[in-house]
Design a protein around this ligand. Structure first.
Ligand code: ASP
Length: 344
């Protein structure tokens, strides 16, 4: 590696589309010609290679297999590039970035997810700015020559976020992502200002990149809501094949206190189901000691997800269940901060 280099990985999504004049519809463009689409990239003294997934997908169709392929590709090309930029649809970007953060242990190079709300070939596209800044961030080095952002991140609308702290908050605005419980790692204005204090969770690991590619997806998500029925709760917590359920609760971790609900929770815990409490609120955290309704869950054996996002909780459970069939071990690791995904 003589000078800075980046691998652009295109998985699909709006960013890589352009208008087909004949069909008069949006079609994916050939990513090997990315520099022709975004000639501004030539201004960087960089080697930019691209890799296109086949088939390209709308990210609504993303599966753990795609995450596995991404992780394996990064591992395979790890020594060839200074950083990686993953172009991905916005709909599930926060899920993919969260999952990758858990799959890539000991990451010492930037892996930057980005995408756009408007295709790169459209006037007013946000795709070009998102792509150009992501490339710059993926190859940014500190004074010691080490990568400035050795993390899985999302870059969107001038802000760089830790990937496993993000959630998509708008289906239309350019400001589509938020990281409610952790500050932006960088802001791109006239120059890119890095908040070095908050960067580098994964950089704390010593040693080589270690992949975790065994994922067990036997996880359900139940959003508590007024009028939820016993049948729905039973299916989510005790349905066949379910090993864990993420319970999205109200406020600081509160749920229904009715006897039928607590009975189901207790039965699920007794049967070895792992129940993880995350809040429906965009910011703040679960604290099951504040209200009696939260305390009832805690007493029944529900684990606090702290200020983890649902996206992050899902990725964490997939990996932990994939790596261990010992329920107690998974339960003991869940409240631990493994990749900077929680504040405590
Ligand atoms: N449905 C698209 C996707 O997530 C939306 C986008 O790319 O922004 O792939």
């Amino acid at each position: 590696m003589t000078h800075n280099s980046v691998l652009l990985i295109y998985t699909g999504g709006t960013i890589g589309m352009k208008e087909d004049p004949e069909l008069q519809t949006l079609v994916p463009f050939d990513f090997s010609g990315i520099i022709d689409e975004v000639p501004e990239l030539r201004k960087f003294a960089l080697t930019i290679d691209s890799y296109t997934f086949n088939p390209l997908i709308d990210s609504s169709d993303v599966e753990p297999d795609m995450w596995r392929n991404l992780a394996l590709l990064i591992k395979d090309k790890y020594d060839c590039y200074d950083g990686f930029v993953i172009l991905h649809g916005t709909d599930t970007m926060a899920y993919s970035a969260s999952a990758l953060s858990f799959m890539l242990e000991g990451l010492a190079k930037p892996v930057i997810f980005t995408g756009s709300q408007l295709p790169i070939g459209r006037p007013r596209t946000d795709g070009k700015e998102n792509l150009i800044s992501s490339v710059e961030i993926a190859t940014a080095k500190g004074p010691d020559g080490a990568p400035l952002v050795p993390e899985v991140c999302i870059f969107f609308n001038s802000k760089l976020f830790r990937g496993n702290r993000c959630t998509k908050v708008s289906s239309t605005a350019f400001d589509a992502f938020s990281s409610p419980n952790y500050p932006a790692l960088a802001n791109a204005g006239i120059s890119i200002e890095y908040d070095t204090k908050h960067i580098g969770w994964t950089g704390k690991y010593e040693g080589n990149l270690k992949l975790h590619t065994a994922l067990d997806t036997s996880v359900s998500i139940m959003k508590v809501h007024p009028g939820i029925t016993e049948n729905v709760a039973r299916n989510c917590l005790l349905g066949e094949g379910i090993k864990a359920c993420i319970i999205e609760t109200y406020g600081s971790g509160n749920s229904i206190s009715k006897k039928w609900f607590i009975d189901i929770v207790q039965e699920a815990v007794r049967k070895g189901r792992i129940l993880l409490n995350v809040t429906q609120c965009l910011s703040g955290e679960v604290n099951m000691d504040i209200y009696a309704t939260g305390r009832a869950l805690k007493n029944a054996g529900v684990i606090s997800g702290g200020d983890m996002t649902t996206e992050s909780a899902l990725g964490k459970l997939f990996i932990l269940l994939g790596e261990s069939s010992d329920t107690e071990e998974v339960k003991s690791l869940l409240p631990k901060n493994l990749r900077g995904e929680m504040s405590k």
